[in-house]
Design a protein around this ligand. Structure first.
Ligand SMILES: [Zn+2]
Length: 88
């Protein structure tokens, strides 16, 4: 039995989830890896940062582009936002 290797979030070390890119988006990827851990420091600090800098009640989750291998923020406007696109 071989298990598929999943990347881990560099901020909280939790396994990232496969997240389907919405058809309405302009991204070329079919999917990204996204950290959906509610206790991820990246996600938690994002709320405070967005409020202080943008006066916006939103945050972002850690996203990994499997093509480039780069980590980028994925905007999240609530804790449950984006979850309908989790592929696992
Ligand atoms: Zn994380």
């Amino acid at each position: 039995m071989t298990q598929k290797q999943r990347p881990v979030c560099p901020y909280c070390k939790m396994e990232m989830k496969k997240w389907k890119v919405p058809v309405t988006s302009t991204w070329e990827n079919d999917f990204f890896y996204v950290c959906f851990n509610e206790n991820c420091p990246y996600f938690i600090e994002g709320w405070q940062y967005m409020w202080e800098t943008q006066k916006t009640c939103a945050s972002y989750r850690c996203r990994l582009d499997p093509t480039s291998g780069r980590y980028m923020p994925l905007p999240a406007w609530s804790k449950d936002a984006l979850k309908e696109n989790i592929m696992d």
